[in-house]
Design a protein around this ligand. Structure first.
Ligand code: F6P
Length: 314
C-alpha cells in the first residue's frame, strides 16, 4: 500500500494500493509518485490518534517512512510513544541526518550544483566577473562544500563555519591581485551574513502556514552577498540561485543504487520486526541505526571537510 502526501495521508486516510504497475519505471524518476506535504501530526488536533486509526483501519502491519529530519522525527516519536511499527529510510538532498554517511538525493543535488558551477566558470572567465552561486541545504552546508570542492569554488560560505563577509572579499581581492580576474563563490542558503563586528544577518522569508515543522523559507542570501562583494571590492558580481533545479530531474546512478539498497534493508527490518530502526550507510556497508539517534541532532559539516575546501580558497 502507498500512503499519499506524507504524514497527511495517514491523518486523512489517503492510502491506496501500490502494485507492480504503480512502481514500475521509478528508477529514473526524481521526486515521489506518492506526493508529499510538510504535515506534522503532532501539530494537528487529534493528528496522532488519526494516524493510529488509519493504520489499524487499513489493516497495515508496518510503515516505511522515507524522508529527512522532519518525516523521520515524527516516526521516531511515534515509535517511542506508541511502539508504532515503523522503519525509516534517509532521503533528503541536505544530507543532514545523523547516523548515516549519506542520505539519498544528496548526490543528485551535488551533481546538478557542480555542473552549474562548471557552466558558470565560462561567463566568469570570459567577462572577468565574480559569480555567486546560491545552493540549498537548509541549516547545513553539505551541498555547498561538496559541489564547491568538486567545482573548484574560490570561496564557500556555509552556516556551520561562517567566514565573514570581509574575509570572503579579502580572498577574492587576493586572488585578483595574483592575476586571476574572475571568482566563483558558493553560498549555502542557510549562511548568515557575518561581519567582523560580530553582527549577523539571516536572509530568509517568513515561516509558512503550510510548513508545520516551523521552518522559515530560506533563499536570497546570494543576492545580499553579491551586493556586499560588489560594493566592497568593486568587481562586477552576478548571482545564480539554483533553487529547486537541484532537487529535481533524473537521479544519479549512485542515488539510485543507494535508494535500492536502503529499500532492501527497510524490507528486511520489517520482516524481522525490528521497528524504530533506520537503514543507514556506514562506509560502504548498509547497516541499521535507531531512528532516535538519527534524528536527535543535525549532522553538520565538520571542520575537516571545510578545511579541504578552504585549502583552495583565493
Ligand atoms: O530539505 C530539502 C530542501 O530542499 C531544503 O534544502 C530547502 O531549504 C527546502 O527543502 C525548500 O523547501 P520548499 O521547496 O518547501 O521551499
Amino acid at each position: 500500500m502507498g500512503v499519499r502526501e506524507g504524514w497527511r495521508g495517514l491523518v486523512e486516510g489517503l492510502v491506496e494500493p501500490l502494485g507492480p504497475r504503480e512502481i514500475s519505471g521509478l528508477l529514473p524518476r526524481g521526486g515521489t509518485v506518492l506526493g508529499t506535504t510538510r504535515t506534522n501530526p503532532y501539530k494537528l488536533e487529534g493528528g496522532v490518534e488519526r494516524v493510529l486509526e488509519t493504520f489499524s483501519r487499513e489493516g497495515l502491519d508496518a510503515l516505511v517512512a522515507i524522508g529527512g529530519e522532519d518525516t523521520l522525527g515524527v516516526a521516531a516519536r511515534l515509535f517511542a510513544e506508541h511502539e508504532f511499527p515503523v522503519v525509516g529510510v534517509p532521503k533528503t538532498i541536505d544530507n543532514d541526518l545523523s547516523a548515516t554517511d549519506y542520505t539519498f538525493g544528496f548526490d543528485t543535488a551535488v551533481t546538478v550544483a557542480t555542473e552549474a558551477i562548471d557552466r558558470l566558470h565560462t561567463t566568469a572567465e570570459s567577462h572577468n566577473r565574480v559569480m555567486v552561486v546560491e545552493v540549498m541545504g537548509r541549516h547545513t552546508g553539505w551541498i555547498a562544500v561538496t559541489s564547491g570542492i568538486a567545482g573548484g569554488a574560490d570561496v564557500i560560505l556555509i552556516p556551520e563555519l561562517p567566514i565573514t563577509v570581509e574575509d570572503a572579499c579579502a580572498e577574492i581581492r587576493r586572488r585578483h591581485e595574483r592575476g586571476k580576474d574572475f571568482s566563483i563563490v558558493v553560498v549555502s542558503e542557510g549562511y548568515e551574513l557575518t561581519y567582523e563586528s560580530g553582527e549577523t544577518r539571516l536572509v530568509a522569508g517568513e515561516a509558512r502556514a503550510s510548513d508545520q515543522f516551523g521552518h522559515v523559507r530560506l533563499g536570497g542570501v546570494g543576492e545580499a552577498l553579491a551586493h556586499e562583494i560588489q560594493e566592497r571590492t568593486g568587481y562586477e558580481t552576478r548571482v545564480t540561485v539554483l533553487g529547486h533545479v537541484q532537487r529535481g530531474g533524473t537521479p544519479t546512478p549512485r542515488d539510485r543504487v543507494l535508494a535500492t539498497r536502503y529499500g532492501l534493508k527497510a524490507a528486511e527490518l520489517v520482516l524481522e520486526g525490528r521497528f524504530g530502526r533506520m537503514a543507514a550507510l556506514d562506509g560502504d556497508a548498509i547497516v541499521d541505526v535507531s531512528l532516535a539517534e538519527a534524528t536527535a541532532e543535525l549532522k553538520r559539516v565538520p571542520r575537516e571537510w571545510y578545511d579541504v575546501a578552504r585549502a583552495f580558497f583565493g
